[in-house]
Design a protein around this ligand. Structure first.
Ligand code: ATP
Ligand code: MG
Ligand code: MG
Length: 356
């Protein structure tokens, strides 16, 4: 492959374009927003909607393979493209990840535990579902949620459900049982066209206001728990005949067992540390996979903490730049707003003896 198409022009597309350029690939992004983070780094932009028929024909025509940087690419667009050019990860992975109900059924079908759940398509459904879960649970839109948006937490029977179905938009919802987790971890894994799977070490994730704040590696989990995360990743990737990088989020219970939360069929925010602490980053790994190359070495040479720069965190960049132990990565966004991801920093420390 010489030219890689990337659907979506956000910071993940930008970082994929950088990784692609380093391996002599050209990139073309499909993104309706002209002044997007990836525009500055890709060789070309097709400025059109993700499902614009003419744009899809053009993309298929000029690319040797097409990938994407967000999980809400219209499945019909991915399937249209797949008729004339390889699309990796396969459109089936988009279908499994776009709808939380389909996703949980898929995971359970793979023998992977999730929170218990009920589909909620009305206020009456919600009340029945909450009753089943003793008044506790997390209500989420089935589609399009990110950074904790489109969610409502019920902590006890005292939390009123009145109007909650309408408040989340009267769209298809899911009520998940509340998981009393000890920590959250994620694993970034890659599968090559020949079926080889390589996993990065699991990261421990801490959220702030629903947005990923830090990812710490190594995660304080046992070797068995880390191995269970790797096995789940392998199962999921094989079931989807997957090619590319995937990010899978888990809750860790007190006994060390894992409950899968969600998966993203793309490079993942909790894997940004790999560019600083591994020989090959998740971005290069994804480019290698979709381009049909051999996967790179995912071993970690350092311990690290990734921290997102959200909103006015960007003002601290001069301080971060003074630190000799920190890699700063900015996304080219000219305006900051509260909650907007502006960049990230990864602080390295010598690798500890704990390695999972
Ligand atoms: P992301 O930005 O990671 O895509 P999202 O909006 O898709 O997030 P989730 O990952 O489903 O949302 O949930 C966000 C956070 O809310 C989780 O990381 C976790 O901290 C908490 N959470 C979600 N579901 C549950 C649950 N069933 N029980 C307890 N906590 C939960
Ligand atoms: Mg999500
Ligand atoms: Mg999540």
């Amino acid at each position: 492959a010489k030219t890689i198409g990337i659907i979506g022009g956000g910071q993940l597309g930008r970082m994929l374009a950088i990784a692609a350029a380093r391996l002599n690939f050209r990139t073309v992004i499909l993104e309706p927003q002209a002044d997007c983070p990836a525009a500055q780094l890709a060789n070309r932009q097709i400025t059109a909607a993700y499902d614009d028929p003419m744009a899809l024909v053009e993309l298929a025509d000029i690319c040797d393979v097409v990938t994407y940087e967000f999980e809400n690419v219209p499945v019909t667009a991915a399937e249209t493209l797949a008729a004339s050019v390889p699309v990796y990860p396969p459109p089936k992975a988009l279908e499994a990840a776009q709808d939380r109900l389909v996703e949980k059924r898929f995971l359970n079908g793979c023998g992977i535990s999730t929170a218990r759940f009920h589909a909620v398509d009305s206020q009456a459904d919600l009340e029945l579902a909450l009753e089943d879960f003793g008044g506790q649970g997390v209500l989420k839109t089935r589609r399009l949620g990110y950074d904790g948006k489109g969610q409502k937490v019920f902590r006890s029977v005292a939390d009123s459900a009145d109007g909650a179905y309408a408040a989340l938009g009267a769209v298809p919802l899911i009520l998940e049982s509340f998981v009393a987790f000890e920590r959250e971890v994620s694993i970034i894994a890659a599968r090559a066209t020949d079926g080889t799977v390589v996993c990065f070490d699991p990261a421990a994730n801490v959220h702030r206001n629903g947005i990923l704040h830090t990812s710490t590696v190594p995660a304080a989990i046992s070797a068995q728990t880390a191995e269970a995360a790797r096995r789940s990743a392998e199962t999921i990737l094989a079931a989807l005949n997957y090619v590319g990088v995937i990010g899978i989020e888990f809750f860790v219970l007190a006994d060390g067992s894992l409950i899968a939360n969600e998966m993203a069929p793309r490079v993942h925010n909790s894997g940004h540390w790999t560019e600083a602490a591994c020989v090959v980053s998740q971005f290069e790994q994804h480019i290698r996979a979709v381009a049909g190359l051999s996967l790179g070495n995912a071993d970690r040479h350092s311990d690290c903490v990734l921290q997102n720069l959200i909103g006015d965190d960007i003002l601290a960049v001069p301080d971060w730049l003074r630190r000799p132990d920190t890699l700063v990565h900015l996304y080219g966004k000219t305006e900051w707003r509260p909650g907007r991801k502006m960049g990230h920093v990864t602080t390295l420390t010598p690798k500890s003896s704990i390695s999972n």
